[in-house]
Unconditional design. Structure first.
Length: 518
């Protein structure tokens, strides 16, 4: 099997003439029976990467997906394209399940979508052993990581696939994964030297805007009044808020519905359908809404509350503008939301409280930052974008910049000399020669940059450090107690004399003050 038969299948089953960048490479990898990890934004075209191999290879591909509610639609869509696909999950009764199992066993289908529970069940295993499986595709693979925002404990057991079926390639796909999650996916699935494919996460057609969270209702009404015909989603933290918000919008003559996990499945399906079919343009929802919703003409997304982390935020705004046309996103930010989220994380006795709090802090820094928002987002996902985007509120209304090259060099060289072992506060204390006992004990006072940043007050340093992180000159290792790590960009700033533009610290304060006063 080679890539030309893949291209023929693309035309035959999907009607497309060409692969998108990366799809062909991924498919080739799979055809060569190599494990791979695919990171591609929603709408990027991940599914085709396993669907094409499934139709050209002998045997059946098994797709593990947590989205039981969507399997039926996915399978129907494939069937209407002439692909033999079925699904297995708890929504089928036992005789229906037996029929599908028989199809699978007889290799009468090319693709089997299966829930992790079903895949992991005792009675399914003998079948899996005897069937002719050519590929395991793990969809929404970030669910495997408890560092991420959508952890599914069943997913962590999927490592058994590689142990039991070492010769069958595994492809893990996700639209959201920072480096920790990425590593977790590889570890937990026990992939063998997997090839990593990272598509660009840039969505230049989405405008980005953050506003202070005062008088949100008024701001929202004005925002949607400017786009009376457009579809959009308002994400709220609480179920109650989604209901209130929808009611208020309806009172004012907008057609809006609410959506949250506390509603009956039938009601939820109805709302989802009304939205997809453009019967109801506005949905006020918790983050339960949207996973897997394939609607290309969502024109705007509003976050009524601050999201828990940047992954979630980026995934949610990513539901707008999938058709490539312009779409607007608006995030409301308030200190109150930050402390509310902190409380929620702390009460939610998960094992990773420290990481969740650090991620929330990154989200807060994004909201407070005066650097190009897209640069922050893409840097967060490890993409090295070193120019401003022109399509965010900061680019449209830029603050006063200073030449921060020397500041950056001091900080980065200290990180380097401290062997990437310290966090922000310790680094600043070293730069400012604070003389703390810990510094002396560890011998940090012996490094060349000790005291090199004495002239800058602590709070200012903190702000510059956050800017350097946001701009990708430094990375926070959330899984190593938030120590600072160097990046490709930091090497350019240190060794290639790349100029670093920073925002003047006073401007940050002034802006925040001005915004608070509003
Ligand atoms: P993802 O799973 O990454 O969210 P999908 O696989 O659902 O994305 O693809 C998103 C859309 O892009 C679908 O409508 C799909 O048919 C389309 N698409 C995927 N690959 C191609 C291609 N090579 N050429 C044209 N359209 C494509
Ligand atoms: Zn920008």
């Amino acid at each position: 099997m080679d890539i030309s038969s893949a291209k023929a299948a693309l035309k035959k089953y999907f009607g497309y003439d060409n692969f998108r960048p990366m799809q062909a490479d991924i498919i080739e990898n799979i055809l060569q029976k190599q494990d791979c990890v695919v990171l591609m934004p929603t709408g990027g075209g991940k599914s085709i990467c396993y669907q094409i191999p499934s139709v050209i290879l002998p045997g059946c591909s098994v797709v593990v997906s947590p989205l039981i509610s969507l399997m039926k639609d996915q399978v129907e869509g494939l069937r209407s394209n002439g692909i033999k696909a079925s699904f297995l999950n708890s929504s089928l009764n036992s005789s229906e399940q037996r029929l599908v199992e028989e199809e699978f066993f007889q290799s009468q289908i090319d693709l089997l979508y299966v829930s992790p529970e079903k895949l992991l069940s005792q009675e399914f295993f003998p079948l899996l052993k005897r069937a002719n499986v050519n590929l395991f595709a793990i969809d929404e693979a970030h669910c495997i990581s408890s560092w991420g925002h959508d952890f599914r404990p069943e997913y962590t057991q999927l490592g058994f696939l590689k142990r039991q079926f070492p010769d069958i390639p595994v492809v893990a796909l996700t639209a959201t994964a920072d480096k920790i999650t990425r590593r977790d996916i590889m570890d937990k699935l026990q992939l063998e030297d997997p090839q990593l494919f990272i598509a660009s996460f840039d969505r230049p057609n989405l405008s980005l805007e953050v506003r202070p969270g005062q008088k949100r209702l008024e701001q929202i009404l004005a925002f949607i009044a400017q786009r009376p015909k457009d579809s959009g989603i308002i994400y709220c933290l609480s179920r109650k808020r989604t209901e209130e918000m929808a009611a208020k919008l309806n009172d004012r003559g907008f057609r809006a519905a609410h959506y949250h996990a506390g509603m009956s499945p039938a009601d939820r399906d109805q709302v989802q359908e009304d939205f997809i079919n453009d019967n109801i343009p506005i949905i006020c929802a918790t983050i339960a809404f949207g996973m897997g919703i394939d609607k290309s003409n969502v024109r705007w997304i509003i976050h009524y509350n601050l999201p828990k982390n940047i992954e979630g935020y980026y995934q949610e705004i990513g539901r707008a503008g999938r058709d490539g046309a312009k779409a607007a996103t608006l995030l409301f930010y308030s200190f109150a939301d930050v402390s509310l989220m902190q409380d929620i994380i702390q009460k939610n006795e998960s094992e990773n409280t420290e990481v969740q709090l650090a991620k929330l802090e990154r989200m807060q820094q994004y909201a407070e930052s005066l650097a190009c928002r897209r640069r922050i987002l893409l840097n967060y996902f490890g993409e090295d974008l070193n120019e401003n985007c022109g399509n965010c509120d900061i680019c449209k209304n830029p603050p006063e910049y200073i030449d921060g090259t020397v500041i950056a060099q001091k900080a980065l060289s200290a990180v380097y000399r401290l062997k990437e072992q310290v966090g922000v506060n310790m680094l600043i204390n070293v730069l400012r020669a604070s003389g703390r006992r810990e510094i002396m004990e560890r011998g940090y006072d012996k490094i060349k940059t000790y005291g090199a940043g004495r002239d800058i007050p602590f709070v200012e340093w903190r702000d510059y450090m956050h800017q350097l992180i946001n701009l990708g000159y430094l990375e926070v290792a959330h899984d190593q107690h938030n120590v600072l790590k160097l990046t490709p960009a930091s090497k350019r700033a240190l060794f290639d004399q790349e100029a670093v533009q920073l925002v003047k610290m006073t401007t940050v304060k002034e802006r925040l003050k001005a915004e608070k006063a509003k």
